[in-house]
Design a protein around this ligand. Structure first.
Ligand SMILES: O=C(O)CCC(=O)C(=O)O
Ligand SMILES: [Fe+2]
Length: 753
């Protein structure tokens, strides 16, 4: 699959209603050298200076261009851009320079303690914390209630990061300036929308706060990129003003958060520094004065060293400081505002640690769960070291901290045939098949398969001749279609000894070593993982990605090899039948639909949990032959093909666009795509409708396409079918495994006598 290719982001942002406002923060561009997992390993600070070299992290637009789309995360919010000739209004003042120096000093300081929860990668953080499930943005909300917040690299001149107090601007409504890469605010922030509305409705509420090492005002050198700071109370939200790139005033909102537990020293207070210097105080020690505005009669705190101003944005006196011509960037908060502490009125049932524990509990399987429900695909926080750890392996969780040995294994319970039948019945009620009228549908029955042959054209622009570019062939295993055959019968494809139920059971009981892999921004801090788990057998499919742990056919487990024989039959039959049908007078693109079938030398196994899926992509890498065949086991799933460029539709409307073809792949069904142009003109996607599914897909990797001699040698060796398997074949007409070229039944290698 052109993996990194065209895979549409799959799931919507979980647990939040609005598109996150702050995107990949700017200092995502700054290099972060992950502290190795040991506590002593220092965090190498992101230098606060401008000359910090930047890591070329793709902007979302670049990322889109790079066609990454497989990730198990979020839809990417749209972002407006500033044109190149607009200038960034933020000029550096003397204060900025001093603060930058201070920030540098802070970055040299060791923290007083260590965080209870941490992560090096955003996907691990967001996968593991119920209070921060968003993969982009800085505020998680649920039904407009704030649940958790991240402060990272978007740091304004008045942002404050102390041992007990955090002040930051509320995200939303900013655009990225193309020339500087920084987020800037061009228009007034709407407080009736998004994060701002959610936060304004919850002053006094407590939420966990996470800090990213990209924050230039971090008071210490943090041990990891993302560290949970603890529970904070929202004490103040107010409006301020700054200038946009056209030097016009824009209004936006700031938020002040205060640590709930003021009695215990913060882990992120600098080590060896007195509480007073670290900014640690108790309620009653300081108070910020208030004044009533003589114009709007509302109260505002005296927040700035420049003196009092009305902070009610509709008032005519809003943000006016006497007669002086204040430069907004010069304004600083006064000490009393930073030092006052709010008495937290603790109602026992509202104890934030009970309502939302900073270290969430480990997932637990009950009698009714299989272990592959969506909940079990989430990450965990390691109870030993606090490291947020994605579920990467099919078998369970392994702490991502190299120096921690915690593991939590959770074998999935056997999915019985009865469970598959139930899921199948449910899917039949919900599924609506769809075929574009331009696609020709033919049907033949062979053995116990009802074979649907779809001849696929390039859907023509008006007036042009329709040209066929290949076929999609769906082998429907008859036992699950109308007029199903007797489940007890020995000729039942699914239930017979050695049939699909047995194959499915073997796949479940053998360790196939399925893993989730990096889909987007691989190896970077904002890497996303695929939604599904995978393992490759035979010739390595993707040098660089899956390849390192690809297993040669010689070492592949029996169900993988059995599937290879089954799909080889389906592929050969599909290619033959495609040409039988095309010869019935259908115009084709010559030479693009070969008549000979190139045997498979690769098999990719995908494992799907509940809600896993594979987003739109093609299997059109240049190394691949023209035929791809797959077998489905377990939960039924919807497989759809979309034209890549729908006529007259803008890219944004693509999501609403009907696929050209949608079929239901059921337990035991096989699917063949033949013709390389199908991959050029169409994307496909698969969405399972159940809890547990395997898809095994065979391809032909063209030896001659691998330029590196070492890689080519390995590809040929690994893709070689061991003699005992090569001596056998599947005869689909008779649903039998036979000695190759004969009619004589042959037991499969590894079958108990
Ligand atoms: O899950 C499936 O049936 C298909 C998977 C697929 O498209 C792929 O492996 O490229
Ligand atoms: Fe695919």
């Amino acid at each position: 699959m052109d993996g990194a290719s065209e895979r549409a982001p799959t799931a919507p942002v979980p647990a939040t209603e609005q598109a996150p406002s702050v995107l990949v923060p700017t200092t995502e561009d700054a290099p972060y050298v992950p502290a190795s997992a040991t506590k002593e390993a220092p965090y190498v600070p992101v230098s606060a200076t401008e000359d910090a070299p930047s890591v070329p992290v793709p902007t979302t637009e670049q990322a889109r261009k790079r066609k990454n789309a497989d990730a198990d995360n979020t839809t990417e919010p749209k972002r407006r851009r500033l044109s190149r000739n607009q200038t960034n209004p933020v000029e550096e003042t003397q204060k900025d320079i001093e603060e930058r120096e201070e920030a540098k000093r802070n970055r040299g300081r060791e923290p007083h303690g260590s965080p209870r929860v941490w992560a090096e990668k955003r996907a691990a953080l967001s996968d593991s914390l119920p209070y921060f499930r968003i993969h982009q943005g800085s505020l998680q909300t649920q039904n407009m209630v704030p649940k958790g917040m991240l402060i990272d690299s978007e740091v304004g001149p008045r942002d404050y990061f102390g041992s007990q107090v955090i002040i930051t601007s509320i995200g939303g409504g900013r655009v990225r300036d193309e020339s500087t890469g920084k987020m800037t605010r061009e228009t007034d922030q709407n407080d009736q929308k998004g994060d701002c509305k959610a936060l304004l409705g919850h002053i006094g509420k407590t939420i966990p706060v996470i800090a990213g090492a990209g924050h230039s005002k971090y008071p210490v050198n943090p041990p990891h990129y993302y560290c949970v700071l603890g529970h904070f109370q929202i004490t103040d939200i107010w409006a301020e003003k700054s200038k946009n790139s056209h030097n016009k005033d824009v209004k936006f909102h700031m938020i002040r958060l205060e640590k709930v537990d003021l009695k215990t020293r913060s882990w992120f207070a600098p080590k060896g520094v007195s509480p007073e210097v670290a900014g640690e105080f108790l309620p009653g020690e300081y108070a910020c004065e208030k004044q009533t505005c003589d114009s709007c009669r509302a109260e505002s705190k005296t927040k700035f060293t420049h003196g009092w101003t009305c902070l009610h944005k509709k008032c005519e006196k809003f943000f006016k400081f006497g007669d002086s011509d204040v430069k907004f960037n010069d304004l600083r908060y006064n000490d009393n505002f930073l030092r006052e502490r709010t008495q937290y009125s603790e109602v026992p049932e509202d104890n934030p640690e009970e309502v939302c524990p900073i270290v969430p509990g480990l997932p637990q399987q009950d009698d009714d769960s299989l272990g592959c429900e969506a909940l079990f695909k989430r990450g965990i926080v390691c109870p030993k070291c606090g490291c947020c750890s994605n579920r990467i392996k099919w078998q369970g969780w392994y702490c991502l901290n190299d120096s921690c040995d915690f593991e939590l294994l959770m074998p999935i319970k056997l999915v019985t045939p009865e469970k598959i039948t139930l899921q199948h019945e449910d899917a039949m009620l919900k599924f609506k098949a769809w075929r574009d009228p331009e696609i020709i549908h033919e049907e033949v029955v062979i053995g116990l398969y009802k074979v649907h042959i779809y001849l696929i054209p390039v859907i023509p622009d008006d007036g042009k001749e329709k040209v066929f570019i290949g076929s999609i062939i769906h082998f429907e295993a008859l036992s699950y279609s109308e007029g199903s055959s007797d489940p007890e019968a020995s000729d039942n494809l699914i239930t017979r000894t050695g049939g699909f139920n047995d194959l499915y059971e073997e796949m479940q009981t053998q360790d196939i070593k399925l893993e989730r892999r990096g889909a987007k921004n691989a190896n970077h801090r904002i890497e996303e993982l695929t939604s599904h788990f995978s393992a490759n057998f035979g010739a390595p499919y993707k040098f660089g990605v899956v390849v390192k742990d690809s297993v040669a056919f010689a070492n592949a487990p029996k169900p993988v090899m059995e599937t290879l024989l089954r799909l080889t039959w389906a592929g050969g039959f599909g290619v033959k039948e495609t040409h039988v049908k095309l010869k019935q007078n259908h115009p084709t693109v010559e030479h693009k639909i070969p008549e000979d079938f190139k045997p498979f030398n690769e098999e990719l196994v995908l494992g799907y949990f509940e809600n896993s899926k594979i987003g739109a992509h093609d299997d059109g890498e240049k190394e691949l032959g023209p035929t791809v065949a797959s077998l489905s086991l377990g939960a039924p799933s919807v497989m759809s093909w979309h034209p890549k460029k729908p006529k007259g539709l803008q890219a944004e409307d693509k999501a609403k666009y009907k696929p050209a073809l949608s079929i239901l792949l059921k337990h035991g069904d096989m699917m063949v795509m033949h013709g390389e142009l199908i991959q050029k003109y169409y994307n496909h996607s698969v969405t399972p409708m159940g809890l547990h599914r395997f898809a095994m897909t065979c391809r032909h990797i063209k030896e001659e396409s691998i330029l590196d001699p070492e890689q080519r040698k390995r590809s040929v060796a690994d893709g070689k079918i061991p003699d005992e398997w090569a001596a056998r074949e599947y005869n689909g007409t008779k649903d039998k495994f036979v000695h190759r070229g004969t009619d004589v039944e042959a037991p499969l290698p590894g079958t108990p006598a």
